[in-house]
Design a protein around this ligand. Structure first.
Ligand code: DX5
Ligand code: ZN
Length: 220
């Protein structure tokens, strides 16, 4: 069976206690920290930037997985690389030059990901598979935590799984939005291996219990 990774989204963490929150969620078994960057332009919300990434970096040993929901995207990439990001994903609608932006991320020593919205075509993947380390499939429209998983996404996950398998490359398939203990097994069966969960983890008091419950579902 595949290696499954759980990536808690700190969007739903208590920002007044962020260092403690990320330490606790890693101690609870998180495989990476999902870091949602919103600019009030590409998406209708405003969150956190490279300074906060740099501030949490010494608190966690796991990869920091930066999900950029910003437009334009290129000029912020070097700043996140310097701030300690390990993976950087962005949306194809946020750049004029998809291949160039992927290369820019790699040139800065990070793994590169492309984020696909529920209504965005998978065609964007076709000519850049060689430069992808991760495909981030959105299962909600980006901008907010706590939304419901859009069921149609399951077919898209299966389609992306086929593309990855056909490529023969080692590309993570990350699903982001509305992932909960009660749907994570179904999302894994569709072909995902990396699971972002914000409100399902940070909304609850017992992080180890929630993450262990998710792993039990994944093993079932
Ligand atoms: C939404 C973000 C997600 C969000 C997920 O735009 O990209 O990462 O935090 O939150 P939940 O798990 O609550 O849907
Ligand atoms: Zn995200």
């Amino acid at each position: 069976s595949p290696t499954y990774r759980i990536a808690p989204s700190i969007l739903s963490a208590d920002f007044a206690r962020l260092g403690e929150e990320v330490r606790n969620v890693v101690a609870a078994g998180a495989d990476m920290i999902h870091f949602d960057v919103m600019d009030n332009h590409y998406v209708p919300n405003l969150t956190i930037g490279p300074m906060i990434c740099q501030a949490i970096r010494p608190h966690v040993q796991v990869p920091i997985d930066v999900h950029l929901m910003v437009k334009p995207v290129d000029r912020i990439i070097p700043d996140f690389a310097k701030a300690g990001a390990n993976i950087i994903s962005f949306h194809p609608e946020a750049t004029e030059h998809l291949d160039r932006t992927l290369q820019l991320i790699r040139d800065h020593g990070c793994k590169a990901g492309l984020a696909i919205n529920p209504g965005t075509s998978l065609n964007f993947l076709e000519h850049v598979m060689d430069k992808l380390d991760l495909i981030l499939l959105m299962s909600v429209n980006p901008g907010f935590g706590g939304q419901s998983f859009i069921p149609h996404t399951l077919q898209k996950i299966a389609a992306v799984r086929k593309l990855i398998d056909a490529s023969g490359r080692d590309i993570m398939l990350q699903v982001d939005g509305g992932v909960k203990t009660d749907n994570i097994a179904e999302i894994a069966r569709a072909g995902a291996d990396t699971f972002v969960a914000g409100s399902a983890i940070f909304g609850k008091p017992d992080y180890p219990g929630i993450i262990a419950g998710m792993r039990r579902e994944l093993a079932s």
